[in-house]
Design a protein around this ligand. Structure first.
Ligand code: APR
Ligand code: PHB
Length: 390
């Protein structure tokens, strides 16, 4: 097979990029390691920046998102038994976020790829990248007992944190930065009405909690747990009672509980790989960087990579202008690091660190009281949460 751009990974990054390029007449194939059902069984975050929602519309994938997603103009932070409000709309100069689950968004992207007849190969095993430094890179993969070859002009590594693309960059070229937090999030999805129309981030002496949602009938809740805990250690009853203990009393009294549909523990980790380009390979999304989920930056930062790469490839194919491709790594990383900074700040602000000293506790309290006493601090929070400009 011969294509202009071979995209490794059929998660949101790879699918969105292939859809955008296809609409501009640029030929792509997506090679995905797993089946579509497997990809769509993943439960991930669900807060989209305004710029990401716009990109979904440009990709002709925004219809269901606009119908079923919810615009949120703010969220709450609970601390010391009170519920403070962050008015995103006011403090960001009129912006907001869209609450729409990543699973649904990925489903929309697959359906859009089907409608256009986009090529997505599932169950592509042993994907291997070749000759990335040449003008004629190629990718091989196995389907059953056949080895197939894709010749292309560019390879996009959108195959997530565990993918093969980043690992194809020689170790002496790649620099990796990593921070592992000493706790995880235990998440529960339940078919119940969310406790609040807007998200509630909770700082509590027993640990962080988050009340989120996928719709008005589907709630998503999280509690901070030690890394040694396993989901099977937590019965539904134990989860609900621990969540209740961390919520302000009036919120806890309103909490509607039900059986969990999904229960899992996610570790909290920050990671950045530099550079995001090696020869004709361009990394995008989780393949190059991950953040702890606290600031809801993961999917949104993947979308900003896609935005930069899409425009860089368009400039290359439409005008022979390679400045976007040449500057991609630097441009994308500048925004990636700002998302890292914001996720680190929100994580540090709201979690209980096992190795903290009393000085850290007082600083954390002071950070919260400063935040809600300063319009400037709230502006900073809002500007980052709704998404920095691309
Ligand atoms: N070959 C082909 N595909 C692969 C390989 C491989 N060797 N390894 C992984 N993949 C596939 C995965 O199965 C997955 O479907 O690549 C896809 C990567 O998707 P994601 O992990 O969702 O990453 P990405 O598309 O960058 O999505 C952005 O940001 O913080 C997160 O939750 C957020 O998952 C979201 C991500
Ligand atoms: C979620 O709904 O899963 C979610 C929302 C906001 C976050 C993290 C996760 O910051």
């Amino acid at each position: 097979m011969k294509v202009q751009v071979c995209i490794v990974g059929g998660g949101p990054s790879g699918l969105l990029l292939s859809q955008l390029l296809h609409l501009r007449g640029i030929d792509t194939v997506v090679l995905e390691k797993y089946s579509r059902d497997h990809v769509l069984a993943r439960i991930r975050a669900g807060v989209l920046e305004h710029g990401f929602a716009e990109l979904m519309r440009e990709a002709q994938c925004g219809e269901r998102m606009d119908r079923e997603g919810e615009i949120h103009r703010g969220f709450h932070i609970a601390h010391d038994g009170v519920l403070d409000h962050v008015d995103l709309h006011k403090h960001s100069g009129g912006s907001s976020v869209m609450v729409y689950g990543q699973t649904e968004l990925t489903r929309d992207l697959y359906e859009a790829r089907d409608r256009l007849g986009g090529r997505v190969v599932h169950n592509a095993a042993d994907v291997t990248l070749h000759d990335l430094k040449s003008d004629a890179p190629y990718v091989t993969y196995r389907s059953g007992d056949q080895t197939l070859r894709v010749d292309c002009e560019f390879v996009v590594g959108a195959d997530g944190f565990h993918g093969v693309s980043r690992k194809s960059i020689p170790a002496d070229v790649l620099r990796e930065y990593e921070k592992v937090y000493p706790f995880g999030w235990l998440g529960v999805l339940s078919r119940t009405k969310p406790v609040s129309p807007e998200l509630i981030y909770v700082k509590h002496e027993r640990g962080f909690a988050l009340c989120s949602m996928r719709s008005q009938v589907l709630s998503r809740y999280y509690i901070q747990v030690p890394l040694t805990d396993k989901p099977e250690d937590w019965s539904d009853d134990a989860f609900w009672s621990e969540l209740r203990r961390r919520l302000p009393l009036d919120v806890a009294a309103r909490l509607i509980i039900g059986p969990s549909i999904e229960k899992s523990i996610a570790p909290l980790r920050s990671f950045v790989a530099e550079p995001m380009r090696y020869g004709r390979l361009f990394l995008a999304g989780d393949a190059a960087h991950i953040v702890p989920p606290t600031g809801a930056r993961g999917l949104n930062t993947a979308a900003s990579d896609v935005y930069y790469l899409y425009h860089a490839l368009l400039a290359h194919y439409q005008r022979g202008d390679d400045s976007g491709l040449d500057g991609y790594s630097e441009t994308a990383l500048a925004r990636v690091w700002k998302a890292q900074r914001f996720s680190w700040w929100m994580t540090t602000l709201l979690h209980r660190f096992p190795d903290r000293i009393s000085y850290d506790d007082r600083l954390q309290q002071t950070e919260i009281s400063y935040l809600f006493s300063s319009q400037t601090a709230l502006r900073q929070l809002a500007e980052n949460y709704v998404g920095l400009p691309f």
